[in-house]
Design a protein around this ligand. Structure first.
Ligand code: UD1
Length: 420
């Protein structure tokens, strides 16, 4: 098990290259199950979550190889329709194989994901949507057992615009008979990228990028290749790393169009941002103004950036309120930041951050991916040395974050430890 040892106080400078989107590749990999054959995906981040999906693929009989951020996939010989608990418990995105398995083979057995570190995360909308398409669903021994003959297009309204439910239903509907409408669909960039990939495979999807998707079923799809979009959450995290350390850095290979809410909030906090086609330069010369945020579905402020914003506001000279509307319990980072001296009060789903108090280095423990990133940001500005334990959480979603931060001038080491 690894930990990070960080000595805070360094300013950052230079450029950092943003990797491909974790949530992008985790949606596109399952889509390759919809047509037998070979695929090449470029700009694939080398992440623990991608390894987990690759292991699940291996169990299903799918050959999958990742070399230098290029992934080769061969879905010719799928031999199993089961996603076991051991994979789904590690990563909820494993649930994404349900839609393609039902769509192409009319059968699947996929473990229910259960809760996660920050509370319940239901999958009722995924199941309701698949049922409406004609899938017979039962829950047995913690597994979803899905059976269907030919799926039939229908109208599906999502109570909330769930990313995962939109992706799963869309992947099932592309091979259904007739037309499926998904209303109140998610419009996150990773869902738009998935829809575009499916169209490249021969699917007929209209309204891409809007919350009303019309999917005209086709008889078959064909393999294709794709370049994974840049990771907007990694980009946002590095922008905050620049801002919190009052530095000037450039984020390269990103898509600023996917980052509008974060850019707007950083500007409100007093940062200067120069935005180009695929890069952003951020300059921060003083502590931020306190800026409230409320998380929302895209293009609102992402829940996946909430914990990093909490850390950033610790540097402000004032009080900021950060409200979480997507996952109201997603505040596991708060008690750990408090151990570094942070003054944060919780009021229901709002963190009230009293900024301006110097943080001091401490041993802290990550318990989820983005929360761990917030601890790392806190450590960058803390006095003295911090240790962040359980960095496997960070490794799930940030490709070599320690190397990237070091290259920008941070004092950070990855160290093996028995203590966790
Ligand atoms: C995806 C992202 C995750 C991000 C989240 C919200 C991936 C692999 N993960 O997760 O990083 O934090 O979007 O942007 O892309 N809900 C239901 N019933 C359902 C499904 C969801 O009530 O069947 C609710 C959830 O409790 C939550 C909201 O819908 O309040 C959004 O969840 P959803 O968009 O489904 O998140 P994920 O797809 O799991």
């Amino acid at each position: 098990m690894d930990k990070f040892v960080i000595r805070g106080g360094n300013k950052l400078k230079g450029s950092v290259i943003i990797s491909g989107a974790k949530n992008g590749v985790l949606a596109i990999m399952p889509a390759t199950m919809l047509a037998p054959g070979t695929y090449t995906l470029e700009n694939v981040p080398n992440l623990r979550d991608v390894w987990t999906m690759s292991q699940l693929f291996f169990d299903l009989g799918i050959h999958c190889e990742l070399t230098n951020n290029q992934m080769f996939i061969d879905t010719t010989n799928i031999k199993s329709y089961e996603a076991p608990y051991e994979h789904v418990k590690k990563m909820r995105a494993s649930f994404y194989v349900l839609g393609p398995l039902v769509g192409r083979f009319g059968r699947a057995k996929v473990s229910l994901p259960g809760g996660c570190a920050w509370g319940p995360r239901p999958v009722d909308l995924h199941l309701k949507g698949l049922e409406k398409l004609g899938t017979e669903i039962s829950i047995e021994g913690g597994y979803v057992i899905a059976k269907a003959n030919k799926l039939i297009g229908t109208q599906i309204h999502l109570d909330v615009p769930s990313v995962g439910a939109t992706g799963n239903i869309m992947m099932a509907a592309v091979l259904a008979k007739g037309t499926t409408i998904i209303s109140n669909a998610a419009i996150e960039p990773e869902i738009t990228a998935l829809a575009k990939f499916l169209v490249k495979m021969g699917a007929k999807i209209y309204g891409i990028g809007t919350n009303l998707l019309e999917i005209e079923g086709v008889d078959e799809l064909h393999p294709t290749n794709e370049v994974i979009i840049p990771d907007r959450i990694e980009a946002g995290t590095f922008l905050i790393a620049g801002a919190i350390t009052e530095s000037k850095i450039t984020i390269e290979n990103c898509n600023p169009y996917h980052l509008t809410a974060i850019i707007a909030k950083l500007e409100e906090a007093g940062c200067e941002l120069e935005v180009y086609n695929d890069k952003i330069q951020i300059t921060a010369e003083e502590p931020p103004k306190p800026v409230d945020v409320t998380t929302a579905v895209y293009p609102g402020f992402p829940t996946d950036m909430q914990s990093q914003w909490v850390a950033y506001m610790l540097k402000s000279n004032g009080v900021a309120r950060i409200t979480e509307t997507i996952y109201p319990d997603r505040f596991k980072h708060v008690p750990e930041l408090q151990r570094m001296g942070a003054q944060i009060e919780m009021s229901d789903n709002t963190a009230i951050v009293y900024g301006g108090k110097k943080l001091s280095g401490a041993i802290v423990m990550g318990s989820d991916l983005r929360g761990s990133a917030a601890l790392l940001l806190g450590a960058l500005i803390a006095d003295g040395e911090s240790e962040i334990l359980r960095v496997y959480h960070i490794d799930r979603g940030y490709e070599t974050i320690d190397k990237k931060l070091k290259q920008l001038g941070a004092d950070i080491e990855r160290v093996q430890t028995d203590f966790y």
